[in-house]
Write a protein that binds this ligand. Structure first.
Ligand code: HEM
Length: 146
C-alpha cells in the first residue's frame, strides 16, 4: 500500500517580508540598546560626582556636544521604534476585533512618530539661553557684556 501526501507547496509571498525584518530589528536594536542605555546610565549616574552632578547645566553641557546629541537621538529612535513594534506584536496577538486592532495600530504609529519628531527637535534645537530674561540668573552668562 502506498501513501501519498497531498501537501500544498509552501507559499512564497513576493515582496519584502516585513515580519522577518521586524523580528531581526528587535534583536539587533535590543543589543545596541543595551550598550546605549547602560552607557547612558553609567555616564549620568556613576562617573565623577555621579547623580549629584545632575542638573540643568549638566544636560546643557551634554547637548552642546554632537557626540551626546547623536547618542541620545539614536537611543530615542531605536527604543521608540523597538517599543512601538513590540506593542504592535502584542496588539496583533491579543486584540481580536479588526476595527479596534487597526485603530490601536494607527494610534501607536502616530504616537511613536510624534515622540520621535519632538524628541529629535528638542535634542538638536536645544539652547540653554532660550527664555532667559534680564532678571534671570543665567542672563550674564548668556549675554556677556550686556
Ligand atoms: C535594554 C535593551 C533591550 C533589549 C535587549 C530588548 C530585547 C527585546 C527582544 C529580543 C524582544 C523580542 C521578544 C520576542 O519577539 O519574543 C523585545 C520585545 C519587546 N520590547 Fe524590548 N528590549 C530592550 C529594550 C526595550 C525598551 C527600552 C522598550 C520600550 C521602549 C522595549 C519594549 C519591548 C516590547 C513592548 C516588546 C514586545 C514584547 C512581546 O512581544 O511580548 N524593549 N525586546
Amino acid at each position: 500500500m502506498t501513501t501519498q501526501a497531498h501537501l500544498a507547496a509552501p507559499r512564497r509571498n513576493k515582496g519584502v517580508n516585513w515580519e522577518k525584518w521586524g523580528w531581526i530589528y528587535m534583536r539587533i536594536s535590543g543589543v545596541v540598546l543595551v550598550v546605549l542605555i547602560f552607557g547612558h546610565l553609567f555616564v549620568n549616574l556613576m562617573l565623577g560626582e555621579g547623580i549629584h552632578a545632575l542638573d540643568f547645566a549638566f544636560v546643557a553641557g551634554k547637548y552642546a556636544t554632537p557626540f551626546w546629541q547623536w547618542w541620545d537621538v539614536l537611543m530615542l529612535w531605536l527604543a521608540l521604534i523597538h517599543g512601538a513594534n513590540g506593542m504592535r506584536t502584542v496588539v496583533n496577538d491579543y486584540v481580536g476585533h479588526t476595527g479596534v486592532r487597526k485603530a490601536l495600530l494607527v494610534v501607536l504609529g502616530l504616537a511613536a512618530a510624534l515622540l520621535i519628531l519632538l524628541g529629535t527637535l528638542v535634542v538638536f534645537t536645544f539652547d540653554p539661553c532660550n527664555g532667559v530674561f534680564q532678571d534671570g540668573a543665567m542672563w550674564a552668562t548668556c549675554h556677556p557684556g550686556k
